[in-house]
Design a protein around this ligand. Structure first.
Ligand code: TRP
Length: 329
């Protein structure tokens, strides 16, 4: 096998069926990184508990997400794909890292303040420790590179600080400072044409939707708000459908839409139909693979169990070094 450049780790909460925003913003990148890095991808169910009122859907959401990752091209024979809670060492490391974490640093983080704003009635201890657990995820696997969205930058910086504090406090070098790799895709706007695509806002398009459902969602997309009538010229620069054309249509089609929209030669309905057709075509191999995998759910759980076994081996090795460095008897 080709010599790899180091280890990549990333995590995502079990949000169930993935949408185009998840794919373009993260999964696509996860898949590509497999060529050059040894990759570890984690479904962070413990992190999910910090904001969840019920765990009823947790198992199903974990399964659906794993299915989407596999169908999208994660190769479980090379890549370690697993569920966070299957490797209990992470909670142990979280505890040790918390001893070198000033509380004020956690409560100052913009991500924490945002959560307090969103769920003032549930500001739990776990929520404060969220970045500590994330740091534990990353360093437990002796990670070199963390691909994440730019919103996670404070958490990666925090991880680097915690590694330095730990290594300094215990005069060791067991923990490795990771680098961040900001995923450079522009943020994917939802069908409302306004906000970042997200399941909770219900402005998303699921990867696993049927072609008909996809067309239906595309037809709901908000276009150039200035274009009221079919005969009005439109402005592709402010139209979210056009941003999708740029991703899923051919260069000639993009050029055609760009030109014809501006002179009212094409209407929003036809423009959307064309985009939906191209989107469906590009998702077809994914969807076929997904239905195949879904025939046999046990196989997906087996992948996750096997991933956890490999993850635990790395984790336990790290933890032996950590316990020794701390001086635990
Ligand atoms: N906090 C990340 C997010 O919300 C998810 C996450 C948890 C993560 N642990 C991680 C990402 C470790 C990268 C590495 O997107």
């Amino acid at each position: 096998m080709k010599q790899k450049k180091g280890r990549v780790f990333s995590g995502a909460r079990p949000t169930g069926r993935q949408h185009l925003g998840n794919y373009l913003g993260a999964i696509k990148n996860y898949v590509a990184l497999q060529d050059d890095y040894e990759c570890v991808y984690c479904i962070v169910d413990i992190h999910a508990l910090t904001t969840m009122e019920t765990t009823l859907a947790l198992r199903q959401n974990t399964y659906e997400m794993a299915l989407d990752w596999l169908a999208a091209g994660i190769r479980p024979d090379e890549t370690i794909m697993f569920v966070q809670s299957h490797v209990p060492q992470v909670t142990e490391l979280h505890t040790y890292l918390s001893m070198v974490t000033p509380l004020g640093k956690l409560t100052d983080l913009p991500t924490f303040k945002e959560k307090v704003r969103l769920q003032p009635q549930n500001v739990n201890y776990g929520l404060v420790g969220y970045p500590v657990l994330m740091a534990a995820d990353i360093v437990l696997y002796r990670t070199n590179l963390v691909p994440v969205g730019i919103d996670q930058a404070p958490h990666i910086e925090f991880t680097r600080e915690v590694v330095r504090s730990f290594n300094y406090r215990y005069q060791t070098d067991v923990l490795i400072e990771p680098e961040m790799k900001a995923t450079e895709t522009p943020k994917v706007i939802g069908i409302d044409g306004q906000q970042k695509m997200s399941k909770s806002l219900d402005n998303h398009i699921e990867l696993a939707a049927t072609p008909e459902e996809t067309l239906q969602r595309v037809m709901m997309m908000v276009t150039d708000p200035q274009r009221m009538r079919r005969t009005d010229p439109g402005n592709p620069d402010v139209c979210n459908v056009f941003s999708f054309h740029k991703i899923f249509s051919t260069a000639e089609e993009v050029e055609m839409v760009n030109l014809e929209c501006r002179r009212a030669g094409i209407g929003c309905v036809d423009c959307k139909r064309l985009m939906a057709k191209n989107l469906n075509e590009s998702l077809q191999p994914f969807r076929e693979r997904r239905s195949e995998l879904a025939q046999n759910p046990d196989q997906v759980w087996d992948v996750l169990q096997e991933g956890a076994k490999r993850a635990r081996a790395i984790a336990e090795e790290t933890m032996q070094g950590v316990r020794r460095a701390i001086g635990l008897p």
